[in-house]
Design a protein around this ligand. Sequence first.
Ligand SMILES: NC(=O)C1=CN([C@@H]2O[C@H](COP(=O)(O)OP(=O)(O)OC[C@H]3O[C@@H](n4cnc5c(N)ncnc54)[C@H](O)[C@@H]3O)[C@@H](O)[C@H]2O)C=CC1
Ligand SMILES: O=C(OP(=O)(O)O)[C@H](O)COP(=O)(O)O
Length: 340
Amino acid sequence: MIKVAVNGYGTIGKRVASAILAQPDMSLIGVSKTSPNYEAYQAQKMGMSLYVTKESAKEFEEAGIKVKGVLEDMIREADVVVDATPNGVGAQYKQIYSSMGKRALFQGGEKANVADVSFSALCNYDEAVDKKFVRVVSCNTTGLLRTLCTLNKMSKITKVRGTIVRRAADPKEVKKGPINSLIPDPASIPSHHAKDVNTVLKDLDIVTMAVIAPTTLMHVHMLDITVSTSVTREDVLSVMKSTPRILLASSKSKVGSTAEIVEVARDMGRNRNDLYELIIFEDSISVKGNEVFLMYAVHQESIVVPENIDAIRAVSGFSDGRKSMEITNTSMGIRTGYLV
Ligand SMILES: NC(=O)C1=CN([C@@H]2O[C@H](COP(=O)(O)OP(=O)(O)OC[C@H]3O[C@@H](n4cnc5c(N)ncnc54)[C@H](O)[C@@H]3O)[C@@H](O)[C@H]2O)C=CC1
Ligand SMILES: O=C(OP(=O)(O)O)[C@H](O)COP(=O)(O)O
């Protein structure tokens, strides 16, 4: 059993913790919380051990929340720490993980140089095997890489031009905007996503542009991908249909928006309405000679969760990436083919 601790129990941390509990080869040492809020109460109810900073221990006691120990106790018990603290905070913890001799995963909000490898399971599982520090790339970058590494199997990609419509905030975030604007983020080109793709696919010619839109459900990407040989729409459909972690939204099923995609997740009874799969709008897949066009949606709160699970196995020395993905997909109910 790989013993895992989750430092930072927010949008990503809580989902990774739940996914760890579903794995046959992992155990959850506990999760860390900095304040006794509703998430701490729920984690306690779900039977997770809570660890807190020394300074906040009294606050938890006063709120009636039982804690197992301080953060350092949790890290000491673990083989691997999944750091899911806010952007930039993870880098501050690296020294602690390192001095305690622990392997650690960081998230996409950290700079690439925080880790030995930036990770996307379908692209470069092997590179992360036995590494001490691995960064799971951001949700948008995970969506891009899952698409590009899948298409690469069909015909080598030579150029990518992409536009990203970013959700403004996660559904739980009450203080973030905008509520009435579209904001280039950043206005300068490329956005960080192209640079992040290049941390994994090092020589790819890719340019991305991004705007933030007032929606909380999902991101949407529009891609123009040039491949090295002439391909057909059927070729693209076929590779997308047969790749786990990718689902097609067909017009027959009348799923034509992010709102309807998330409604399907609700109807499926998915935990927290999560969609670990990338959702491609089937009708958008078009081909002109060597150019492939497509649009897809990314569930930002959950797409990186299976990647974290595979990265835990990789840093622990499990060298069979295909097998790891199979275990992750089965344990989390991750599907292949059509959304509906
Ligand atoms: N929310 C999203 O859509 C996605 C986020 N990410 C990345 O995941 C990371 C975490 O993001 P979220 O989960 O969205 O953030 P979040 O704000 O929802 O959760 C972060 C958690 O860490 C806790 N925390 C803050 N300071 C801490 C400290 N010093 N020690 C321990 N815990 C601390 C917070 O209280 C909170 O519970 C970031 O790097 C982000 O870029 C990646 C993919 C998608
Ligand atoms: O990693 C994310 O997005 P990104 O890939 O656009 O940076 C997550 O959606 C978090 O983004 P946020 O920093 O806007 O909360």
